[in-house]
Design a protein around this ligand. Structure first.
Ligand code: AMP
Ligand code: TRP
Length: 333
């Protein structure tokens, strides 16, 4: 079985954009691949953050991932596998400073820090972020990394680092990780469908996967359908977005019926919104229930994920031992 690795940062709520755009894919990949899914708390320290929230956010995202169908045995917490940071250091020495400064995410995020106003502190961790990400991938010798467009450059870098490492140690040791592309929908903000759904734009710009029914219905009811800038003859972004959500929730028959109405010019936006809300409520209702069950015994899931992290760590330790041997470090403690 081929190996898949992916990671997510523990930052607050999970919204429908995250679910349909990334996490649902994680759930599906578990059927076909040996999957390692990490919650990368070390990565979450690279931007200004609240030390009182990180640990809670980590457990929250674990809970949310399991509630939507990720298997606990595939999950690990990055800081419970400290070999990632140790390999990260070693790989730093196989990556040039220039390569890191060219990463677009580094440029974007450092601008974000500067534009944030209060503090002008760009951590060395932010620059070094992609090397730790490379360690996340290479330590499990992952064949595939499911990526969105935003992570392509980082994955390319991890291949470069692996190649440089292999060349220097004179052995095809690391597997070069390949991107795994899956067609996933891009979900827009219902409040402003020109923007993508995201947390950073503010509360009304995203729909929490675990929102209660009334909130989801209210957010869909007030969804902007026609922003007024649409070209004659093309479907308004807000309308497209509602169709996209219905399709993403797999209400395909309803989707096609409504599309027929749209094409015949007889679609009532009220009906479109009603179906969207019904579809979303049905889907997320299952997740909300599962999360309630998990939260009724929080310790159980924590113990499971501590154990899976310990199991997964054995693989990481094996790789690190081999790497230390290859690069001339001592291996005895
Ligand atoms: P973020 O929370 O922005 O770091 O995103 C985490 C993951 O969710 C990334 O893989 C994104 O590609 C995906 N994602 C975030 N927002 C959206 C969206 N509006 N539509 C589709 N995918 C998204
Ligand atoms: N950089 C990724 C993001 O911002 C998160 C991440 C960290 C990751 N390590 C990874 C993704 C390894 C894939 C593989 O979303």
């Amino acid at each position: 079985m081929k190996t898949v690795l992916s990671c997510i940062q523990p930052t607050g709520d999970m919204h429908l954009g995250n679910y349909f755009g990334a996490v649902e894919n994680w759930v599906n990949l578990q059927e076909k691949y040996k999957c390692f899914y990490g919650v990368v708390d070390y990565h979450a320290m690279t931007m200004p953050y609240d030390v009182n929230k990180l640990r809670t956010n980590t457990w929250d995202i674990i809970t949310n991932l399991v509630a939507v169908g990720v298997k606990p045995e595939n999950l690990f917490i990055q800081s419970l596998v400290p070999e990632h940071t140790e390999l990260g250091w070693i790989l730093n020495c196989f990556c040039s400073y220039g390569q890191l400064t060219r990463m677009t995410q580094f440029k974007d995020k450092s601008n974000q820090v500067k534009d944030g106003g209060k503090e002008d502190f760009i951590s060395a961790g932010l620059l070094d972020y992609p090397v730790l990400q490379t360690a996340d991938i290479l330590i499990y010798k992952a064949d595939f990394v499911p990526v969105g467009k935003d992570q392509e450059q980082h994955l390319e870098l991890s291949r470069d680092i692996a190649q440089r490492f292999n060349a220097q140690v004179g052995k095809e040791y690391f597997v070069l990780p390949a991107p795994l592309y899956t067609e996933t929908p891009k979900i827009r903000s219902t409040a402003d469908p020109i923007k993508k759904m995201s947390k950073s734009a503010g509360e009304k710009h995203y729909i929490n996967v675990f929102a209660d029914e009334a909130t989801i219905r209210r957010q869909i009811k007030s969804a902007v359908t026609d922003s007024g800038n649409t070209n004659e003859g093309s479907m308004a972004e807000g309308v497209q977005n509602l169709f996209e959500l219905i399709k993403a929730a797999k209400w395909l028959t309803e989707h096609d019926q409504l599309m027929d109405h749209y094409q015949a010019g007889t679609l009532k936006y009220m009906d479109l919104k009603q179906v969207t809300a019904d579809a979303l409520v049905q889907l997320t209702g299952v997740f909300v229930e599962r999360r309630k069950e998990i939260n009724a015994d929080k310790k159980r899931l924590k113990d499971l994920v501590k154990q899976s992290s310990a199991d997964i760590r054995k693989r990481a330790q094996q790789t690190l031992t081999e790497v230390k041997e290859l690069v001339g470090l001592l291996n005895v403690y």
